[in-house]
Design a protein around this ligand. Structure first.
Ligand code: BGC
Length: 531
């Protein structure tokens, strides 16, 4: 059933190599890994609700607290609360970096499955915990697993997806993150009044189900053909491609796609693949350093849109500025997040990544400045309250349909194969690092006994979103409709601002065919082998 999915293939001489038509089965195979987003979203979301539960305060807290949020005088020390929350980001940060090496060594799929196993171990410790001393290592180990999963899923999905729907497929990952966040809110809410260990053991134990589904499901899927090419295992690469594209391994589609992967890899194979190589190549758009900085900065800027201020601190912030039903409003923002993300499945291919990033940031900054200005001039009024709620929802709509997915899509596309695993890992680690930093500092900006900025904090997010516009306009190239190999060539030949107009007039395989080495020595023999 070709043609049913959003498609964005660019024309041009080299683009004439036609990719196999995208079938529903092929699409579903590629999109399955997106399920890992549930792990990401659920894990970052569930702990807030759990820490707010009365039974958890009794079990994990200490008596004698006079804080109004204590339950029967029981509460955790501030440093414990912050440690329990933030240790996950520390784990994910290191997990993502380590996974960058592992994914080159044992494969993308195997690294994600290993991530699920590590994560499961962390979950066992968390469920068993009745003290902070066991909960913290549990969160740390689970975090390492989430780090593996969150970095390598982007890599895997970008590498297995057909180019015409790659953006839509990777956006599915963001969609799952939003579902994970929503699920966490719903599960927390439904167990929050239980006065026994099931109040927290149910939300914690459920994490394991997501890891199980992902790990077992991936076990049945093929490894990334690009990893096989990197390892010079061409027959397996052909088999994996054939399964993913729903074509026989000796079909011309598979041979052509594989020839291009092999030729491109040979073209780049002189590059080394160590960590230090990620920082070579200088500031030209095709240099490794420039690409790594772009990926890391993109994920940093995604965090500086301020989105997690709403998801991590929304409930307390809405209460602080006098909004009743703060919990309900938080649920609504989470639901808007889920509901708006699928729009990107289509727009990311039709309008492109760069356009979404530029206009999405403009949409967000307008909402943020409106909230800040109205909240400052009419502080405490009903109008300011409505304004905050409505524009927060519109702001989340813009995030979810643009920066949420596009930041992940772009980091899967901009790195050349020799450093792709490490590049994606560094960018993902940057996401977690800034996630942690911003999560850590925002309470100091808004809490009454510190910065007490109230809605003025949106001036900060408005300003950082303005930087996001400038950043996207100056530095983010348009990658839609190109194979990952064509993206390499595009970065060598044009600038980010002109990238949307670039058309592939070249293919590595054609060039190799002219000059000799690639097809003949690499792929041609597969015609005679049993793949
Ligand atoms: C971000 C997360 C955020 C989530 C919200 C993701 O793309 O990286 O930090 O919580 O979107 O949907």
């Amino acid at each position: 059933m070709p043609g049913w999915a959003p498609s964005s293939v660019r024309r041009g001489g080299g683009g004439s190599r036609v990719e196999a038509p995208v079938t529903v089965r092929g699409y579903l195979l590629c999109v399955f890994a997106a399920f890992g987003g549930i792990l990401f979203g659920y894990d970052s979301g569930y702990i807030n609700g759990v820490l707010g539960m009365n039974y958890v305060k009794l079990e994990f807290g200490h008596p004698g607290s006079i804080d109004p949020s204590a339950y029967q005088g029981h509460l955790y020390a501030t440093r414990e609360k912050s440690l329990i929350t933030s240790i996950l980001s520390a784990g994910t940060f290191f997990g993502a970096l380590f996974a960058g090496s592992l994914a080159d060594w044992v494969g993308r799929r195997a690294t994600i499955i290993a991530g699920c196993a590590v994560f499961s171990l962390g979950v066992v410790l968390q469920v068993a915990a009745t003290t902070v001393a066991l909960l913290v290592p549990g969160r740390l180990i689970a975090g390492i697993g989430v780090g593996f999963v969150s970095a390598i899923i982007i890599l895997y999905m970008s590498e297995v997806a057909p180019k015409s729907v790659r953006g839509a497929i990777v956006s599915g990952y963001q969609f799952c993150i939003t579902i994970g966040l929503l699920l966490a809110a719903v599960v927390d809410q439904s167990t929050s009044t239980r006065m026994d260990t099931t109040s927290y053991r149910i939300p914690m134990g459920l994490q394991w189900l997501w890891a199980l589904i992902l790990g077992v499901g991936l076990f049945l899927l093929p490894e990334s053909p690009r990893w096989y090419v990197k390892k010079d295992r061409l027959e397996e690469a052909a088999k994996a491609l054939a399964t993913l594209r729903g074509q026989p391994a000796d079909s011309p589609y598979i041979k052509d796609e594989l020839a291009e992967l092999v030729a491109n890899y040979r073209h780049e194979a002189h590059m080394q693949t160590g960590w230090a190589d990620c920082f070579r190549g200088g500031w030209k758009p095709s240099g490794n350093l420039r690409r790594v900085v772009l990926g890391m900065a993109l994920q940093m800027m995604q965090q500086w849109t301020g989105v997690n201020f709403i998801f991590y601190y929304g409930t307390t912030f809405f209460t602080q500025v006098g909004i009743k039903n703060a919990f309900l409003i938080s649920m609504i923002t989470t639901a808007v997040n889920v509901g708006s993300t699928p729009i990107s499945f289509w727009t990311i291919e039709k309008l492109g990544r760069r356009t979404l990033l530029i206009y999405g940031a403009i949409g967000m900054l307008v909402c943020e400045f409106i909230i800040a200005i109205v909240g400052t001039v009419a502080e405490g009024s009903q109008a300011a309250g409505y304004c905050l709620i409505i524009f927060t929802c519109i702001y989340i709509f813009f995030f979810a349909s643009t920066w949420g997915p596009a930041a992940w899509v772009v980091i899967g596309e901009i790195f050349p194969l020799p450093i792709r695993a490490k590049g994606v890992a560094l960018a993902t680690a940057s996401n977690w690092f800034w996630n942690f930093v911003i999560g850590f500092i925002t309470p100091y900006m808004v809490d009454a006994d510190y910065g007490n900025m109230r809605t003025k904090v949106f001036f900060v997010w408005g300003a950082t979103c303005t930087l996001c516009v400038v950043f996207a306009w100056l530095l983010v190239p348009e990658t839609k409709g190109l194979s990952l190999e064509q993206v390499d060539r595009m970065l060598e030949q044009t600038t980010p601002r002109n990238s949307s107009k670039w058309e592939p007039t070249f293919s590595y395989a054609d060039e190799d065919a002219k000059t000799g080495p690639g097809r003949a020595s690499g792929v041609e023999h597969l015609e005679h082998s049993h793949v």
